[in-house]
Design a binder for this molecule. Structure first.
Ligand SMILES: Nc1ncnc2c1ncn2[C@@H]1O[C@H](COP(=O)(O)OP(=O)(O)OP(=O)(O)O)[C@@H](O)[C@H]1O
Length: 240
């Protein structure tokens, strides 16, 4: 089953094209990793999929419920809000009440991501890795079956990253999630994702991970080669 279908998507900011003629499909249970240089339009693409950017041309079809984890360092740590309220906020706004059921569901979700003890803590007191898991809990609380993750690992240490991806893979299996993730960590994308998309305003390649080699990327997307070779994780994980 196709969960996301995008045809000839173009997004312009003034005269500037952030995305130009982007077309692709994402199938159920796929785990797509999007790579591309700064300013390539990766976040813009996720914002179109989640409905935050409406001013586009082309066709976007979503078959399912989206949970969106924006870049988590955008969370305002100064804002006085506790973990439970933060995680429940989107559903609270939708239903206009903080019911017992919502509270129980939120607590259960926080337990699942390992934040049971932090329920009443201020969000600002959480570590980077905890904030990342909180953000994931919020994205999933609405029973999403399509998860959009924008650089979920930036600013998280290696231990935090590996426990996050363990958790993600558990949740993916348990809930049959379809995941689209933007990351600058090429090694991680190769390790975790079933499909890789290389984006730089247009889609330069889109293929199953095993069919993509750095050499192929070099042909398809010149500058990525330098980028991949300068990436320590890739060197280690792929023994190159
Ligand atoms: N609201 C906006 N108004 C004007 N230009 C924008 C807006 N949002 C994004 N852009 C521009 O569109 C381009 C794509 O931005 P986007 O954030 O999607 O890139 P990205 O691939 O996610 O980059 P990064 O890897 O740095 O996060 C950039 O040049 C950015 O400056």
């Amino acid at each position: 089953m196709v969960k996301i279908k995008v045809e000839n998507l173009c997004v312009k900011f003034g005269e500037y094209y952030a995305l130009k003629n982007v077309s692709f499909e994402v199938k159920e249970k796929e785990f797509v990793g999007i790579i591309g240089p700064n300013g390539a339009g990766k976040t813009t693409l996720l914002k179109v999929l989640v409905g935050e950017i409406k001013n586009y041309s082309g066709r976007v079809e979503i078959n399912g419920k989206i949970g969106y984890q924006p870049q988590f360092h955008t969370v305002n740590r100064e804002f006085p809000i506790d973990v439970l309220t933060y995680v429940s906020l989107p559903l609270y706004v939708k239903h206009r009440k903080f019911s017992k059921e919502l509270k129980a569901k939120a607590v259960e979700m926080l337990k699942k991501v390992g934040l049971a003890e932090k329920v009443s803590f201020p969000v600002g007191s959480l570590s980077g890795g905890e904030l990342q898991r909180l953000s994931l809990a919020r994205a999933l609380l609405s029973d999403a079956d399509i998860l959009l993750l924008d650089e979920p690992d930036s600013g998280v240490d290696e231990m935090g990253k590996s426990s996050f991806y363990e958790l993600l893979s558990e949740l993916k299996k348990e809930r049959n999630l379809t995941i689209v993730m933007v990351s600058h960590d090429i090694g991680l994308i190769f390790k975790e994702c079933s499909t890789i998309m290389c984006l730089n305003k247009t889609l330069h390649c889109h293929a199953p991970t095993e069919k993509i080699s750095p050499e192929k990327l070099k042909d398809l997307f010149g500058q990525f080669d330098i980028w991949i070779r300068s990436n320590g994780h890739y060197e280690i994980e792929h023994r190159r």
